[in-house]
Design a protein around this ligand. Sequence first.
Ligand SMILES: C[S@@+](CC[C@H](N)C(=O)[O-])C[C@H]1O[C@@H](n2cnc3c(N)ncnc32)[C@H](O)[C@@H]1O
Length: 301
Amino acid sequence: MLAPLRVHLTRQYAKLCDRPDFDDPALIAVLREVQQDSDPATHVERKAWEMAMLALFLEDTGRLDDRSEVLAVGAGTEPILYWLANRVGRVVATDIYGEGDFAGREASASMVDAPQSHAPFAYREDRLQARWMDARRLDFADESFDAVYSLSSIEHFGSPADIARSASEIGRVLRPGGHAFIVTECFVRRDSRDAAPVDFAVRLLTFGRRRPLATPRRRAVLDDVFTPRELRRRIIEPSGLDLMQPLDLRLSPRAWDNIARYAPGTCDVLTPSGSFYPHILLEVSRSVFTSVCLPMEKPRP
Ligand SMILES: C[S@@+](CC[C@H](N)C(=O)[O-])C[C@H]1O[C@@H](n2cnc3c(N)ncnc32)[C@H](O)[C@@H]1O
C-alpha cells in the first residue's frame, strides 16, 4: 500500500532519546497500550521510547492500516509486534531465533512456533508471523513491505560491512514510497580514547593479547555504538533510503539526571539515584550514549 505522496511528520523523529520526550501525551498514551504492566509516567526508559517513537511514526506515515505489511528485523519478542498485529494487515518478525548472544533472552527459539507464548496481551494471531532470518540476507523479494523497522538490533548484526549489508537489505525489501524506522545507539559524548586507532594501537602493542578484534576502522570497545558520521556511512547511505528529517543531536540538561553506569565487571547498572528510572543515558568506558531514531523513506522512481 503506497503512502500519500507528501507525509506530514508531526514531531521530530530523527533525534536522540531525551527526557522531555516523555512529556508528550501521545507518547505516554501509546506506551500505556504497549506496556500494560508498567506505568510509562514513572518508567521513563529508552527501550519504551523506541517502541513509542516507532508507533507514532507509523501513525504519521499512514501505516496503521489493515492494508499495510510491516517487517521487523532483529525483532526478538518485542511487545510492539503484538500491538502492531492489532493495527496492520500483516507483521513479519525476523531474527536469528534460538542462535547468537540473545538466544536465551530476546531471541528465544520458541518465538518461531509459538509467538502467542510471548504475547503481553491479546492480539490478532493471524496477523503475526515469526521467522528465523539473518538480517544480512532477508529472504523476501524486492519491494515486499510498506514499512520495515528495527529496534536496538542493527548494532548487533556484525562488522561495519555486515551492518551496511543489513541496511541495504532493509532498503531493498521496502516498496518505493515505503518507510523504514531504524533505532540504534549513538554517542552523545565520546572520549577521544574510545576510538578505533587507539584500540588498534593497543592491539599491536600487546601483540593482540588485548583488544584482538580492533582494526584501524573498528573499535574493540563500544563497537556497537555509532558516531553521527558512522550512522550516515554505515546505515543511511547503504540503505539507499532518504532520512526524512535532519538528525537533531541536541539533548536537554534533564537527560543527564540519572546517568547509568555498569558496576565494574558486571552487567548490573548503577545510577546516582539508586533507581533504574529515569534511564536515558548510559556511560561505558569514558563515553556516553543513548538511543537514536532514523526515520527514512524509499524514494519513488
Ligand atoms: C538487543 S536485542 C533487541 C531485540 C528486539 N528488537 C528488542 O528491542 O527487544 C538484538 C537482537 O538482534 C538479533 N540479531 C543479532 N544478530 C542478528 C542477525 N544477524 N540477524 C537478525 N537478527 C540478529 C538478536 O538475536 C537480538 O534479538
